[in-house]
Structure formats: C-alpha cells, structure tokens
Design a binder for this molecule. Structure first.
Ligand code: TXA
Ligand code: MG
Length: 351
C-alpha cells in the first residue's frame, strides 16, 4: 500500500518503518509523527523529492524546510563549523522541539530545502518512531508540517490524510503527537545571543534558565513581528487558519466571557453557525453550535496539545463565526498565543 499512488497507506507503527524508510530512500514522500506535529518527509538531498513536498502542500517556494536528523554525527556534512553555543543548545535540548538555524554546507542539501538561504534549520525530534525512521532512512530528512499550506498543522494521522491523502506515498501512524505546536526555531545572533524566530515547546523561560549567561531574545526584546518575518520566512504567511472567521479576544476572563457571549448571541440571531474555543473555567458561560474546550488555564500545555484539532473541528462542523479566548504568554502560552493570533482574522483587545 505504501507505493499506491491513489490512496495513501496507513501503517501501524513499527512494522511499517522499514518500508517507510525505503520509500524515503527512493525519493518518496512519507508523513511521520514527531513530538510536536506530524511532518511530511523527503530525502533532503533529492531535489525531485523535495519539490514533491512543496507540490503536495501547496507551499510557497520561498519558505525553507527544517531538516531532521537522528544523530549529531549527521551534522558534519550538512552544516559549516558552528559556534560552541549551538553545540550547547543541542546538548541541552536534543532530541527535542528545538530547531537551530545553522550555516549550511554548500552542496549538502537540495537548494529547495533552504530556499536559497545561506542557512538551514536543523532539529532532532524526540519521538521514537521519528528517530527510528530517520535512522533507517540514513539520510537527512526535510520535513515541514504535514498539512496543506495555510491549514492547521496535523496532530493526528487522520489530519494528515484529510489534507494529503492521494498526494503522498505513505504515513507512519503513531497516534496523537505530544506538544501539539511546532518546534521553537532559534538563530544565533552572536556567541552570546540567541533569538527566538518562532516560539514553541522549548520556551523562552526554559532557554533563559538553561543559559543564564546568554541573552535570549523573544519577540518583545526587539525582534518585532515585522522583523521576525524576513528572518523566519514562514512566519509571514497565513497559517493555521480554520475556514471560518476567527476572532481572538484579549482581556480579563470576565471581560472576555461577557464579550464573547454577546457576540455569539448576535451571530446566532443572524442565523450563523457559531463556534467558541474556550478554557474549561469559562466554557459553560457560552452558547454556541460548536464548543471546543482547551482545558484549564492552569494547564496551557494541554491547551497547546488540543489547539489544532479544535481548529479542524470547527471546519468539520461547518462553524463559520468563531471566537477564541486568549491566555497568558508565560511558558508554552507564548507559542499558543502566537498560533492563535495567526489563525485569527481579527484580534480584539478589551483593555
Ligand atoms: O515541529 C516542527 O518544527 C515541525 C515538525 C514536523 O518537525 N516542522 C515544521 O516545519 O513546523 P515547517 O516547515 O512547517 O516550519 C518551518 C519553519 C518556518 O517558519 C520556516 O520559515 C522556518 O522554520 N525556517 C526553516 N529554515 C529556516 C532558516 N534557514 N532560517 C530561518 N527560518 C527557517
Ligand atoms: Mg507548517
């Protein structure tokens, strides 16, 4: 089933890893689970294979791909000598949801992977199936999230099939992913400075705690959203968006509840199919056609894990007028708010 061009084979984990690895080696496209989201993998050295990723996703060609490795030994041929600070980050956080932008070794990768940048984002995923697949394939694997461009990233194999069935050669089904949001992308500005280009599972606080002598720059420290865009090309595109119109509401929980409840009432009076994405502390306040519970405000890690599936549910249920509560930007909350504001077509600030 792996090579069937019309329907994508779904495979039970380990039994299919060897076949999936051979598909990658042969230039095919294989979706696989990581600890963040499902990735759509191809041999990063093979330009035809990498072109297939862009085609299947409908991804703009100026948006570079992350390269996945299973072993630090693979780095030597992919990147030029890098500063000790990069090595320190790998030691601290690999395998894990941290992508490090490094100077690319010319000729090591298909130029499509880097979108002609002099750098490449590399990461070692912390997922047993991903690591085993990468080991067996033996090549660096370029893998963006395995969704159609602009859609929420897939956190379950069924999400991948919803978007890409018939367009890829295989999928390794590892069940639901863990973190639920894409990896943190960092760049080293100099020997003492790390800039976060995309917030994710390795949080600003974690980086600062682990590197007390290093300046770790998040958005508020001078890398504004506009400045982020050219550095991490992917951040400028519409992302993660449901088909309906999502409004993100920022304010105290009380203000937010009153505001969203009123808008939901108006929308249903207009006959629109409504949806709300809310924390468990306030979800009972709302009346909507589709109510998605992100879990407790005290457990933003769970909210992160639930976000993309919830956004996809709105589409499945045909909800078109959508409101979402916001959360604190502490810890994983920062990545959660980043994705929510990209998914939203409008942001309302109540205070
Ligand atoms: O968690 C993840 O990172 C997932 C899983 C599959 O590993 N992958 C993922 O890939 O999210 P993708 O392609 O959806 O996002 C890659 C992000 C984009 O924002 C891209 O612009 C940025 O990384 N990026 C890639 N290479 C870069 C580079 N050389 N310099 C700056 N940003 C880069
Ligand atoms: Mg993506």
């Amino acid at each position: 089933a792996q090579h069937n061009n019309n329907r994508c084979g779904t495979h039970e984990a380990a039994a299919w890893l060897e076949e999936a690895a051979e598909t990658l080696q042969g230039g095919g496209l294989v979706a696989f689970p990581t600890e963040t989201v499902y990735g759509l993998g191809a041999d990063a050295r093979n330009t035809d294979a990498v072109a297939g990723i862009f085609r299947a996703k409908g991804r703009p060609s100026d948006n570079p791909l992350i390269v996945h490795i299973a072993d630090s030994g693979q780095l030597d041929e992919l990147v030029k000598p890098y500063p000790p600070l990069a090595g320190k980050l790998m030691e601290l956080f690999w395998p894990g949801p941290l992508t490090i932008v490094l100077p690319v070794q010319s000729g090591a990768l298909s130029p499509l992977v880097t979108a002609n940048l002099p750098t490449v984002g590399v990461r070692m995923p912390d997922h047993p199936l991903a690591l085993e697949l990468l080991r067996r394939a033996g090549c660096p694997v370029a893998a963006p999230s395995a969704n159609r461009s602009g859609r929420p990233s897939p956190t379950e194999a069924s999400h991948v099939l919803d978007d890409l069935d018939g367009l890829i050669h295989g999928i390794v089904d590892g069940g639901a992913t863990g973190v639920g949001l894409e990896s943190t992308v960092v760049e080293l500005l100099d020997e003492q400075t790390v800039a976060i280009l995309r917030p994710g599972g390795i949080t600003l606080e974690k980086l600062r705690r682990a590197l007390p002598d290093i300046a770790v720059l998040g958005g508020e420290d001078g890398l504004s959203d506009q400045e982020e865009a050219p550095r991490s090309p992917g951040m400028k595109y519409i992302h993660y968006a449901p088909q309906g119109e999502l409004t993100l509401v920022e304010g105290s929980p009380e203000q937010t509840e009153a505001y969203i409840a009123a808008r939901l009432a108006e929308a249903s009076a207009r006959g629109e199919r409504t949806g709300v994405l809310a924390f468990s502390e306030s979800i009972r306040r709302y009346e909507a056609d589709v109510k998605m519970n992100m879990g407790s405000r005290q457990r933003l890690d769970e909210a992160a894990a639930r976000l993309y599936a919830a956004l996809r549910r709105f589409d499945e249920e045909g909800a078109v007028s959508l409101w979402a509560e916001s959360c604190s930007e502490e810890g994983i909350g920062r990545a959660l708010m980043n994705r929510l504001s990209k998914a939203a077509s409008k942001v309302i600030k109540l205070n």
